[in-house]
Design a protein around this ligand. Structure first.
Ligand code: 1AG
Length: 135
């Protein structure tokens, strides 16, 4: 059975989010606020077409893409940078490379049981987030 990312997933842990936010130049006050959030991922997967909404009480972030097709990503409400992004399968994982001003920027998602994992990378920082599926 191929993996399906669709669903609503609630954050249960968030390691080194502050380090990641420093790497993308988020100011102190915003980092303190953002660091308190328990975000929710709302994912719709239709074959290789993904829609991902990251939802919180502070800000939301929306991103849609087709696997293997480069797109212009504007990280609106985050660090507001432009990236040339592309997401590919790596086995059952989905791996995004975000080419732009920042080195080594990207993320990886994978699913294990009823948990969704996300690693966000930028420069030398890695943030690890875990979400649990809404039953
Ligand atoms: C992403 O995930 C990141 C989605 O592309 C947002 C996750 C964390 C926020 C990233 C940086 C923080 C920047 C500014 C802080 C301000 C507000 C925080 C708001 C957090 C909720 C939006 C990959 C994929 C979806 O899951 O694209």
């Amino acid at each position: 059975m191929p993996v399906n990312y669709s669903g609503t997933w609630n954050m249960i842990s968030n390691v080194n989010f502050d380090g990641y936010m420093v790497a993308i130049d988020i100011d102190f006050a915003t980092r303190k606020l953002a660091g308190m959030l328990k975000t929710q991922k709302v994912i719709d997967q239709d074959g290789d077409l993904f829609t991902m909404k990251t939802v919180s009480t502070f800000r939301n972030y929306h991103c849609s893409f087709n696997i293997g097709e480069e797109f212009e990503e504007v990280t609106k409400g985050l660090d507001n940078r432009k990236c040339k992004s592309v997401v590919n399968w790596d086995g059952d994982r989905i791996v995004c490379v975000q080419k732009g001003e920042k080195r080594n920027r990207g993320w990886t998602h994978w699913v294990k049981g009823d948990h969704l994992y996300l690693e966000l990378c930028c420069e030398g920082q890695v943030c690890q987030q875990i979400f649990k599926k809404n039953p």
